[in-house]
Design a protein around this ligand. Structure first.
Ligand SMILES: [Zn+2]
Length: 161
């Protein structure tokens, strides 16, 4: 597992409450934003299945991917279900039920939805299906999530040798 785009593309971090959000009574940021041009291919974070491919007024075109991964809050013993949400896409992504491999392109970035302030990809990690739609149900920082899983995958590989 690795971050879908380079660190330098991060334009919005997880959990931040900007003046813009505060003034509008919004919740702290529920995902991580990557400032990337419209039409950038968005890769699957891990092997998994597409569970949402739909349009939302606020988040625009949303693709959700169900994966098995280690929980950064856990002890790294067993993989658990997670839902990765990709918002503001250019168009609908792969159809629900499609099985994908890590790195496969599942949708293309865009600037859709009323909450988009310019071309970017808003990526959330949730333990709940449709967690991408509920700011309060999304509690995991993508960056911590990826870091932890990289460490665990490295450990698993070493153990197999
Ligand atoms: Zn965002």
């Amino acid at each position: 597992m690795k971050l879908p785009f380079h660190h330098s593309k991060i334009t919005g971090r997880f959990g931040t409450l900007s003046a813009f959000r505060k003034a509008r009574g919004m919740q702290p940021h529920s995902g991580v934003d990557f400032g990337i041009p419209v039409g950038t291919p968005i890769p699957a974070l891990a092997n998994g299945t597409i569970t949402i491919s739909a349009f939302s007024q606020v988040l625009g075109n949303v693709t959700e991917l169900r994966i098995m991964a280690y929980d950064p809050a856990g002890d790294g013993k067993e993989k658990e279900l997670f839902y990765i949400g990709y918002s503001h896409n250019r168009a609908e992504g792969l159809p629900v039920g499609t099985k994908v491999k890590e790195g496969d392109t599942i949708c293309f970035s865009g600037d859709s939805g009323s909450a988009s302030s310019g071309p970017h990809s808003h990526i959330t990690v949730s333990k709940q299906h449709k967690g991408v739609y509920g700011p309060t149900s999304v509690k995991i920082d993508l960056i911590e999530f990826v870091k932890f899983n990289q460490a665990m995958n490295k450990r698993d590989k070493a153990a197999k040798k």
